[in-house]
Structures are given as C-alpha cells and as structure tokens.
Design a protein around this ligand. Structure first.
Ligand code: MN
Length: 496
C-alpha cells in the first residue's frame, strides 16, 4: 500500500540548536557555518541555527549564517519574549521557532503561570515577531502531555494573530504512533504543521513518520539524532525510511548523507554509535561467513539499501565468523594466488586470532598468508631507531631512523602528544617516497591495568587505496609505530 504524504515534505533541521543542546556539545560560529552550508547543500528547507537569546556567540553565528546567502530559511529559537524576538530580528534570521509551553505541568511548574497568561504571552509574541518581519513557527512545548482542546485553541488563535506555521513538540518522547493519529489531524487542518520528536523511548523516527502520514508537512530532525538527552529524530534515518520504505522522493541529496554525518560527528565530538542505522561504522560491514558470502553473490540478500546510495562502501571484515569465501575474496584483492588447502589453513589461523578477541587487520591477513605460502618478506621500510619524549613544559617530540629501500633516513617531528609526534615523524620521513595519510586511529586495551596489552588499529590511505593495520604492545607509542610501519609497508609494496 502506498501511503499518502503531503506533496512536499519539508525538512526543518535543528542540529545546530536542539542538537547542540546535547550535553557536552558546543560549536563555534565557524563550525556552525560549515554545518549549515552542508545542510543547505544537501537540501533541507529550514535551518534552526541556535537561540538568539543564549549568548553573543549564538547571535554572531546567526548573523554569519544569515549573511552567507544560503538558499535555505534561517531560523532561530525564541521564547515568547519581546527581547528574544528583537535579538532574533537584529541578528538577521528569516524566521523564529517560537516555543510556548502548553502542558499544564510545564505551565504551572516551570512557568508558574496560568493557561491564560501563557496564551496571551504567545499571542503578543506572535504579533511582535510579525511586526519585526519574521516568519513565525508557533511551537507547543510538551504538546503530547497538553490538553488537546487548549492546544487547538491556542494554535487557532495564534494563526489568527499572524503565525505562519505550527509545531507539535513531543518534548520528552512520550508520543506513540497511535496518539499521533489522534492528535495530529485536527492540528494539521489549522495551518502547516511540523512535528518535533524526541527519542527517549526510541520512538522518535516512528512518531515522525506517523505525524507526516497524519497531515504534518514538516519534520524537525537532527543529523545523527543528536539532541537533548536521547536526542531527536535522526535526519538520515527519516530520509532513507521515506525513500526506501514508503517510496517517497525526498529531493534530499542522499549520496551526501554519510559525509554530513561524519562532519557533524567530527565537529561536535559525539562519536557515531558503531551499530547506528545508515551511518554507523558497522551499518554496511559484514563478518559472518554466511552473510558475507550472500552479500558477495547478491548484496540485497543481507542489505536493505545499497551503501553507495548514501555515499558509503560495503566492507567485509575478517574474524572468527569468517568463511572461506570472504577470506578468498580478500586474498584475491591482495593478489595472492592460493589453492584450497592454503585457504583452509589461512581461515583456520584467522579464526584463532578472532578467538583471542583480536581484530584481524589487513596486515594480519598478509602476515598469515605470507607464512602459509612461505613467502619471505623483505619490507620496504625497516626501523633502526625510535625515540619519543614528552613532559611538562615541553612540546612532545619524536625522532626516528628508518631504512627505506636500503637508504637510511633520519627525521624528527613534534605533535599534540607523543603518539601524534610519532605518527607525524613517520609520515614525514617517508614523505619523499609516498604520500600516505592516516585516516583513522583506534586503541583497545586488551586487559585492565596500566601494564595492559594495547592494540592499535590504523587506517591508512595512499592514492585512494585504504588499508587497515594493527600493532599490539604494552607500550602505546610502540604499538602505534608498529601499526603504522606495517601498514606503510603494505601500501608501499603495492600488494593491495
Ligand atoms: Mn527539542
């Protein structure tokens, strides 16, 4: 059955306002501009860039983004206060997200006011915002716990005073699709309605889709589902569910979704959960033999969407669940020629590593394959000497002597810490030979104490080719160096 939505579902992005209210997240105006430009480019309709009343920095962000000439409506959060609205108008915003508490709980306990007082504040605020030339989205905070008759009256009168749009906020994530079906249709008949859902019980996406089915024309979302507490409805999940599950064309540039998610994760410092839908590290990674084999034959056997649709690639990783098909495919990619018995032996050794709780990196696989095929390795890079120093009142410094293709090279570099300095000096020392970039760096401690075995995994790239490599030592710096050198050798030997 094809579900009918409004002709054009609008996307109201609040990553820079509600998303920034994620505990511990703070973005400066330049970072906000970078994210806003991406959001405008990908095709969202409204960007809520912050709260004008919150700080000077927020106002400066609104000003910079409003002046950037993005083809998107620039909105800011305001309370029903003249001063908030004036600050918003003076910062150059196109519109205000005018939020008014509507549940008796919020009205009595938070505001210490009556319904009548709050309603009259809302009406004056709408009128003032219209006088200041702003587009007004009048928003009911905690609407899912409000008396719906009161809410309807407030919205109807608000529109009478000039509000352009309305928004139903499920502020603490208590809505269900069943309640949406009851609450939303009468409100959506008053004026264009947005739905703003929180994910406290994991229902934000389902409630948002339900809201759109029931006549709401706009969804409030955040990239990666950032937001207060458990966050808001995730933009990337909403876009892909509408496209894939409901066959609705969103006009969002889907192939940019992963890039946007990574940018927001990097700038906010909130890592993407590895198993997150659409954008998590493991969302398109297969290890188990049956799945990997299936996906290699026909991706749709174990993938609901193609990773390329959102700008990603499928990954097959090796571990104790691997079968011979994925091991063979990986060996083939590395240009090894193997017979059936050799593959069997390699699979056995991979499973042994996996059983020890180890990640099996590309260099591990290569070392195993070399051993099984009795290939003598003569690495391009050999390390002769390495020192790293750090302490108080000094810049962490690392120096290294390498033998590269039989030629000795010595270098030194500084960094943010000793590990960083070590990575820098290694890259620098082979700079003349190849441009190798460190794409990702990951540390696992195998056991608990300060003497724990530390496992470092790095992802390195050269001319677009990406490989992973691992080092394991009790010394984190040496584990990092070992992982780097093994990976660089692998890239330089061209057996990729
Ligand atoms: Mn919110």
């Amino acid at each position: 059955m094809r579900v009918l939505f409004v002709d054009k579902i609008r996307f109201f992005d609040t990553t820079l306002r509600d998303g920034e209210q994620t505990p511990g997240v703070s973005l400066n105006p330049e970072q906000k501009l970078e994210i806003a430009s991406r959001l405008a480019d990908i095709g969202v309709d409204v960007i809520e860039v912050g709260s004008a009343a919150a700080s000077e920095g927020e106002r400066s962000a609104i000003r910079i983004i409003s002046d950037a000439g993005l083809r998107t409506e620039i909105c800011t959060f305001v309370r029903a206060l003249v001063q908030d609205i004036d600050l918003a108008a003076d910062s150059g915003a196109d519109s205000v997200h005018l939020v008014v508490p509507v549940s008796d709980l919020h009205i009595a306990k938070k505001m210490r006011k009556t319904r009548e007082q709050v309603a009259s504040m809302a009406y004056s605020a709408v009128e003032h915002a219209k006088e200041r030339g702003l587009i007004v989205e009048l928003s009911g905070e905690d609407a899912s716990r409000a008396d719906q008759v009161f809410l309807r009256t407030l919205f109807t009168e608000g529109v009478g005073r000039g509000a352009d749009r309305l928004c139903f906020c499920d502020t603490v994530g208590l809505l269900t699709p069943e309640k949406v079906a009851e609450f939303i249709p009468p409100l959506a008949r008053i004026a264009p309605l947005s739905i703003h859902c929180h994910d406290d019980l994991g229902f934000a996406l389902a409630n948002t889709v339900a809201g759109l089915k029931c006549g709401a024309s706009c969804a409030h979302t955040t990239v990666n589902g950032l937001g207060e507490r458990a966050g808001n409805a995730p933009f990337e999940e909403l876009v892909m569910s509408l496209e894939v599950l409901y066959d609705y064309k969103t006009r969002i540039k889907k192939e940019e979704l992963y890039h946007l998610a990574s940018l927001v994760s990097r700038l906010t410092g909130v890592p993407l959960p590895v198993n997150k839908a659409i954008v998590g590290e493991m969302a398109f990674t297969h290890e188990s033999g049956i799945h990997a084999h299936g996906v290699m034959r026909e991706p749709s056997t174990y993938e609901s969407i193609k990773p390329e649709m959102i700008g990603r690639k499928r990954r097959i990783v090796l571990g104790k669940h691997s079968g011979s098909a994925s091991v063979e495919a990986a060996l083939h990619e590395m240009n090894y020629t193997t017979d059936e018995n050799q593959v069997k032996e390699i699979v056995k050794r991979i499973k042994e590593l996996g059983d020890q709780g180890k990640r099996v990196s590309d260099t591990d696989l290569m070392a195993i394959a070399d051993a099984v095929l009795a290939i003598e390795s003569n690495p391009v890079i050999k390390m002769r000497q390495f020192t790293a120093v750090s302490g108080s009142n000094m810049i962490p410094t690392a120096s290294v002597t390498l033998e590269v293709n039989g030629k000795e090279m010595t270098g030194a570099a500084t960094g943010d810490g000793p590990v960083d300095a070590a990575m820098q000096v290694l890259r620098k020392s082979i700079g003349d030979v190849a441009d190798i970039r460190l794409e990702e760096y990951h540390v696992d401690a195998i056991s608990g104490g300060t003497d724990a075995l530390v496992e470092v995994t790095v992802r390195l790239s050269k001319d677009g080719k990406i490989i992973t490599s691992r080092g394991a030592r009790t010394d984190i710096i040496m584990a990092s160096v070992e992982a780097m050198i093994a990976g660089m050798n692998r890239l330089l030997e061209g057996r990729t």
